[in-house]
Design a protein around this ligand. Sequence first.
Ligand code: SAH
Length: 351
Amino acid sequence: MIDQLSVESIPPLLGASRSQLADWAQGYQQPAYRGQQVHQWIYQKGVRSLSEITVLPKQWRTEIADIPVGRSQIFHRSAAQDGTVKYLLKLADGQIIETVGIPTQKRLTVCVSSQVGCPMACDFCATGKGQYQRNLACHEIVDQVLTVQEDFQQRVGNVVFMGMGEPLLNLGQVLAAVRSLNQDIGIGQRSLTVSTVGIPQQILKLAQYQLQITLAVSLHASNQRIRAQLVPSGQHYPLDQLLQDCRTYVAKTGRRVTFEYIVLSGVNDQTAHALELAHHLRGFQSHVNLIPYNPISEVDYQRPTQKQLQHFLSCLQDQHITASIRRSRGLDKDAACGQLRAKTIIDQAST
Ligand code: SAH
């Protein structure tokens, strides 16, 4: 039992940099290049156990065999008709998270979770209807990308932090994962997107790192009143303040911000809303992503028609606001934005 405890408390290696692994190997009186071999086998070859690294000296391999790499198990996999694949991944403590692989003709995008569940409780989002459990550790985020890469047998081109959870409530581990995805797996910073509903002070904190990643902000409304209804946390982070912080982010990083706007028929999709939104964003280095509402069972919002969406888009464009409509992927498998909720799928899987 005591032995087991000590094994469990060894931190997993996934998420460690090349130089950290070199130092780690030297701690075992091994030359630094042994750590670099471990780096290559973990990130490029995707080994799940150090005992698989056959280039290491046998004796040392036996000594380190119990140190966890930090990989999860695929608990359930479901492929939608458009090729999108949703995974339920089982973590070392038995918690289940969701990850989505989204192939396009050009590249493979992975939508990763940053928490188990989500405490933000946005009214239209399935994840927020379940229980929030905990933050993910860096290795649990990086693992999601390796898992999808391995399953698709294709290099991952983009990673979006748009799965379960609120990344800016887990900024330390998310930043560690961003570093690892960028430097260990080799995904360009510009191909990494962190999506947030907005947490006071955290956008400013992120800005200080001056990363080249894309910040996406879930705006969803053109005024404080509607936003506070849809996004409860918005009651404590007024729209004006959120937009002000986004402006500071643009000024500090030189990167435009993406605003996500979930379009709910009859709620926030009227011409007046588009004009109000345009007024807020005039001259703002940003891009608006319109997301048609993906239905979830707990609430009876309506998905807008293509015509309504197009009208809203044209209103924004007439006001010289850069905007586009995001195509929903994986809808038939509840893998689209806002439809992630591990529990229901587990229930379905076991029936
Ligand atoms: N907590 C972060 C990351 C989750 S991202 C955030 O809120 O940004 C999830 C994205 O999907 C967000 O833009 C979210 O608002 C959107 N979304 C949530 N529920 C949705 C639904 N039912 N239909 C369409 N988009 C939804």
